[in-house]
Design a protein around this ligand. Structure first.
Ligand code: CA
Length: 228
């Protein structure tokens, strides 16, 4: 039995298309067209994933996301936002509120299914990555205990902040993080990391990582992601 997905979308055509594609893939689909109904549905019977349009009449998508993530009952519900390309600021806000990912309209069936699958998988085999977890990905080994990064067995020397940024991103491959989320994650020892200085850290990191630098992707207008 596949997962249950709640689709929140006021545009009938998009709603039908998304519902059709997910149903065909074997998911159980529930649909609502307003933010109010989305919140009711989440409380009535929590789905395994919510696809959430941001531009809704009445209670909008960001407000739905805020409420869902503020409630201990629904906090862990994975949320993928459905957005317009022009809604970059809202995408950033949504990610910071705890949404897992976003899909910009218009999107293909392939992108829709890939994102849904990826987010469900991340949630089902999520191993908590704390600051002491050893991370191995691609040809990289990131060892916080030793403050050591190996690429194809060769040591790469990083500053403490660069190291923390890399460890944070590489420990959660595929996730998009905003600059503020990265700042929040690597903050410590009173080191003044700011949104802007995240960009500087990334530039430095990519340079030092050489060939492995390409694994850190810039997500334009939003933030950064470590390639899965
Ligand atoms: Ca809409």
């Amino acid at each position: 039995m596949k997962e249950t997905i709640l689709i929140v979308e006021d545009e009938e055509e998009i709603l039908e298309l998304v519902a059709y594609n997910l149903t065909r893939e074997g998911y159980t689909v529930r649909t609502v067209t307003t933010g109010e109904d989305a919140l009711k549905e989440v409380h009535r019977q929590p789905p395994d994933l919510m696809l959430l349009d941001l531009m809704l009449p009445g209670v909008d998508g960001l407000e739905v996301c805020r409420k869902v993530k503020a409630d201990s009952v629904s906090r862990d519900l994975p949320v993928i936002m459905l957005t317009a390309k022009s809604e970059e600021a809202d995408i950033v806000t949504g990610l910071e509120l705890g949404a897992d990912d976003y899909i910009t309209k218009p999107f293909s069936r392939r992108v829709l299914l890939a994102r849904v699958k990826a987010v469900l998988r991340r949630h089902s085999d999520a191993v908590p990555v704390d600051e002491n977890t050893l991370v191995t990905i691609h040809e990289l080994t990131i060892n916080p205990g030793r403050h050591e990064v190996l690429f194809n067995g060769e040591a790469i020397s990083l500053t403490l902040t660069e190291f923390r940024v890399l460890h944070f991103l590489a420990g959660r491959p595929g996730w998009v993080f905003t600059r503020s989320q990265i700042v929040e994650a690597v903050r410590g020892d009173g080191y003044p990391v700011t949104d802007r200085s995240v960009d500087v850290q990334i530039v430095g990191l990519r340079k030092k990582l050489g060939d492995a630098g390409r694994y850190i992707e810039t997500v334009r207008g939003v933030g950064y992601r470590f390639v899965e």
